[in-house]
Design a protein around this ligand. Structure first.
Ligand code: NAD
Length: 418
């Protein structure tokens, strides 16, 4: 499958092959479980504010269709490629299977810099991209959600474009919408809140306390900021946070309210008065109790893994740790890893709740959402720690094995058509 060639896709395949070896999945079945079912690449012409027409590349990959419709985020970022999206779709499959959701994985995106586009250009880009995808998505086919560079407004435009095409409102076509349009209470906070919950559970296992623990977050976006807030609420000290432009550090702990005001005004953490500047590379190596990479893939590598100084590595981002780095972390039992497909699963779990609420036109309270979210995460955490302990494997190997095994079994049970 050379069309997907990309370092992140190779990394996802490498992780898969390790599990497939463990489960002794035969060669033919291995390919069937591993490779994406289908992918769409589209040219997205957009009229820019100055009258020019610029053509952007858009992608959507649906990894497998064996357990239900596909589900996964849409990323607007300059580095989006088919291979990156395919890797992210594959991880979504294992994540949905690990948490018992009736979905295959998907992912999509547009190679663009959303910060360099006006709001009008962003809306036209989103609507045209949706139009190009129109027969490829739908509540029973594939349901996009926010990811890096997209948000509730993006989902509202997609829902509106899709609904206009069908002649009636179809809220179930996307999740992560504004609550007013059929979004779920607690969806925006779900991923970060889930990270916070699972860090708490890891601390229980390790005999640690959240109060006065120290936390470092790479990527102060949706996931990172909510994870930081949920741990701070329980008394943790947030030592450092960063974004694509740099980081800020305060050994006494950052004042998150003041920091959020600064980010609101300047759209970056950089220049925050209550802290010193720090680079993203330095931030990852800070001594802390909890390190939360919540930005992009391949941040913890064989190069910096020996110098990471945390007790808990909670992967808010998808694929932040390379397989080479994993080999090093496997030799460092003092670091408890909460792997991405478990750590950030809160987002897709509440997206599932949103989809269910939309299909039934019956909406839940935030307390119901959070209670059901924590129950699902608790089960996935218990199963993963249990499997890791019983089989003497890493938490990543345990989580991936549980997820991949379910997809493999579903394919065997359904058989081969025709
Ligand atoms: P976001 O766009 O809200 O935030 C991303 C943050 O990362 C921004 O602050 C950005 O400036 C920063 N960033 C980008 N490049 C960086 C770099 N090279 N170094 C440091 N910081 C950088 O996106 P998000 O939704 O918070 O997603 C973050 C990660 O979490 C991604 O890996 C995404 O796939 C994953 N994730 C998101 C969700 C969700 O519900 N949003 C769910 C599961 C996983």
């Amino acid at each position: 499958m050379d069309i997907y060639r990309h370092p992140t896709f190779d990394m996802a395949c490498e992780q898969f092959d390790l599990v497939a070896d463990r489960l002794e999945i035969g060669q033919v079945e291995r390919e069937r479980v591993k490779y994406p079912k289908r992918a769409l690449v589209v040219a997205v012409p957009v009229r820019m504010d100055d009258g020019r027409v610029q053509v952007f590349s858009g992608y959507r990959v649906q990894h497998h269709l064996s357990l239900g419709p596909t589900k996964g985020g849409l990323r607007f970022h300059p580095d989006v490629t088919l291979g990156e999206v395919a890797a992210l779709a594959m991880w979504m499959s294992w994540k949905c299977a690990l948490t018992g959701l009736p979905y295959g994985g998907a992912k999509g995106g547009v190679a663009c810099d959303p910060r360099a586009l006006s709001i009008g250009e962003l809306e036209r880009l989103t609507r045209r991209f949706t139009q190009e995808l129109i027969s490829f998505i739908g509540p029973q086919i594939d349901i996009p959600a926010p990811d890096v560079g997209t948000n509730e407004q993006t989902m509202a435009w997609i829902m509106d474009t899709y609904s206009n095409h069908h002649g009636h409102s179809v809220p179930g076509v996307v999740t992560g919408k504004p609550v007013n349009l059929g979004g779920s209470l607690g969806r925006r906070e779900a991923t970060g809140r889930g990270v916070g919950y699972l860090v708490g559970r890891a601390m229980d296992v390790l005999g640690m306390e959240t109060r006065d623990s120290t936390v470092v977050v790479q990527g102060y976006g949706n996931v990172g900021s909510v994870a930081a807030a949920s741990l701070a609420k329980h008394g943790a000290k947030i030592l450092a946070v960063s974004d694509a432009f740099g980081g800020v550090f305060n050994a006494q702990g950052l004042d998150l309210n003041a920091l959020n005001e600064h980010v609101e005004k300047t759209r970056s953490v950089v220049g925050f008065a209550g802290a010193d500047a720090i680079t993203n590379a330095q931030l990852l190596e800070l001594k802390c109790d909890v390190l939360i990479p919540a930005a992009l893939e391949r941040q913890i590598t064989a190069e910096n893994a020996p110098r990471i100084q945390c007790r808990i590595l909670a992967e808010g981002a998808n694929g932040p740790t390379t397989p080479d780095a994993d080999l090093i972390l496997d030799q460092r039992p003092e670091i408890f890893v909460i792997p991405d497909i478990l750590a950030n699963a809160g987002g897709v779990v509440v997206s599932y709740f949103e989809w269910v609420q939309d299909l039934q036109s019956f909406f839940w309270t935030e307390a119901e959402v959070v209670d059901k979210l924590f129950r699902i995460l608790e089960t996935a955490f218990t199963q993963t720690t249990g499997y890791a302990k019983q089989n003497k494997v890493s938490m990543r190997m345990a989580a991936l094995t549980l997820g991949i095994k379910r997809v493999w079994e579903a394919k065997k049970q359904r058989g081969l058509f025709p």
